[in-house]
Design a protein around this ligand. Sequence first.
Ligand code: ZN
Length: 249
Amino acid sequence: VSDVLVLCYHAVSPVWPAVLSVTPERLEAQLAFLVARGWRGVTFHEAVVRPPRGRVLAVTFDDAYHSVFERSWPVLRRLGLPGTVFVPTAQVNRWAPLRWPGIERWSAGPHAAELTPMSWDDLGELAACGWEIGSHTRTHAWLPRLDDAELYRELVDSREAITTRLGEPCRSIAYPYGAVDGRVAAAAAAAGYTAGAALSAGCLLRQATLRWPRVGVYHRDGAVRFAAKASVGMRRVRAAPAMARRSWT
Ligand SMILES: [Zn+2]
């Protein structure tokens, strides 16, 4: 029997006060807490499709912020954990800040550099060290709103970009904003994905491979709240409809 915990982080910064950013110290404390309790790290795909027995932890990062390469990779390496990065493929390697509704308020001002994406070289280096690189669509689109042709392009083009750039199969996707419905999940399967990452909200009562619930970890999560979020009971509560809420990253 496996107990699977999938965490969803975004950026890692000692100074950025955004909801989606955690400090390197907190990231390390949170993950060390789980490792000390016997959680064993695997990639997202492995956690969902063929989890080993026991407590299985996948640490995922959405959006491919450069800060993940710079500040979280050393933390995960020290703890012996592989990571998974979900990449909006049309947004990386442009030497321009990541940009979509929800983060654009940070694109000017003192924290603008936090929106710098990883390059394909960065992603290739992580992949060579055992990280999984998955799709976060092409443009970070809200998928349920797209028509079939646009949806297909977001899913297929991003998967092909990763396969071509990194020379390895891309098998997992994280839906931007956690936004997924039955049509989107079916399209992801048709596009060749075998694992899909959502967030713990709304209708995610069970763990389905193409709509896998993740626990989002945010700026204000201190030790007590993190431990509660990561506990099995809390994950069940958070997956119930009464706790439904929208995430915006
Ligand atoms: Zn995102």
